[in-house]
Design a protein around this ligand. Structure first.
Ligand code: GTP
Ligand code: MG
Length: 174
């Protein structure tokens, strides 16, 4: 039935933004959950069950040399997550550019794929508040994006904000 179907979620964002940390935090049975993460090489598939849905998450590497892999996971994705290091002010313009590239790609441009933005590392004192982060990436209440989107602040280390975000995303997918 529908509850056994797995939905694909592409998880993208610059290197060091916290993608792997977030996905590990959400998997209570991951034995490496509390270990420090290493930068992802290429990508890693992570299966999660959230809000009664089975998700197959594609945990992409954000390093420059691997970013061209992201596009191959757009066509079959049911949801897209973009993780931002909200304390990395210098690279916010780079994050914006990469997000625009993704949303303008052939396989996303005309599809109403729900987009969840995590303004991660909200615990750091230099972090930019989620709404401002979104605005800096071109997302605010008045912008006309052809996709449902949502931004929330998160802390990958404690899990704060993750449930809210994933609840929104899974409700969009359901
Ligand atoms: P790539 O795989 O290289 O693309 O990076 P990534 O986006 O998967 O980042 P990763 O999860 O490996 O985290 C990078 C670093 O940020 C690690 O040292 C994490 O412990 C740290 N980190 C992740 N989330 C948070 C957070 O919310 N707050 C703080 N302070 N550190 C975080
Ligand atoms: Mg990673």
């Amino acid at each position: 039935g529908k509850n056994n179907k797995a939905f694909n979620v592409a998880v993208i964002g610059l290197d060091n933004s916290g993608k792997t940390t977030i996905l590990k935090r959400l998997n209570r049975t991951d034995p490496t959950r509390d270990e420090l993460t290493a930068p992802t090489i290429g990508l890693k598939v992570r299966k999660l069950r959230v809000n009664s849905l089975n998700l197959t998450c594609f945990d992409m590497s954000g390093q420059g040399r691997y970013r061209n892999l992201w596009q191959h996971y757009y066509r079959d994705c049911d949801g897209l997550i973009f993780v931002i290091d909200s304390s990395d002010r210098l690279r916010l313009p780079v994050a914006k550019e990469e997000l625009e590239l993704a949303l303008n790609s052939d396989d996303l441009r005309d599809r109403r794929v729900p987009l969840l933005l995590f303004a991660n590392k909200s615990d750091l004192k230099d972090s930019i508040p989620a709404q401002k982060c979104g605005a800096m990436l071109g997302f605010n209440k008045t912008v006309d994006v052809n996709k449902p989107w949502w931004i929330c602040s998160s802390n990958g280390l404690t899990g704060e904000g993750l449930e809210e975000g994933f609840e929104w995303l899974t409700n969009q997918i359901k």
